[in-house]
Design a protein around this ligand. Sequence first.
Ligand code: HEC
Length: 104
Amino acid sequence: MKNILFSLFALTAALSVQPAMAQDGQELFKSKPCAACHSIDTKLVGPALKDVAAKNAGVAGAVDTLASHIKNGTQGNWGPMPMPANPVTDEEAKTLATWVLSLK
Ligand code: HEC
């Protein structure tokens, strides 16, 4: 009986990994300057992040492209306003890009 309880516990822990990662992206977003220019649903200085997800749905390599744009800055994808380089590590940029692409 103890073993069964333990397995159930381990399973629950494994299943909760995915939402926890999505949450990390959002926490990271809030802890960086991103929110000064972006919101999830509305265009501010930069595009609504849901629009970024929609535009990149099914695009091969989108995580890497967006991660590099987040880290190094980019322009001309959405309008005349450029995005400056942001204070993120490669790993943080990838977490943020994955999170942005998961938005619907
Ligand atoms: C100073 C304002 C500003 C800040 C700060 C900023 N962005 Fe942006 N962001 C923009 C603008 C403007 C664009 C549109 C650039 C373009 O047209 O290519 C953009 C575009 C993007 C895109 C789409 C890129 C593409 O290739 O389509 C993503 C994803 C993104 N930002 C995420 C982030 C994240 C994550 C952060 C925080 C680490 C962040 N941005 C911080 C202004 C900003």
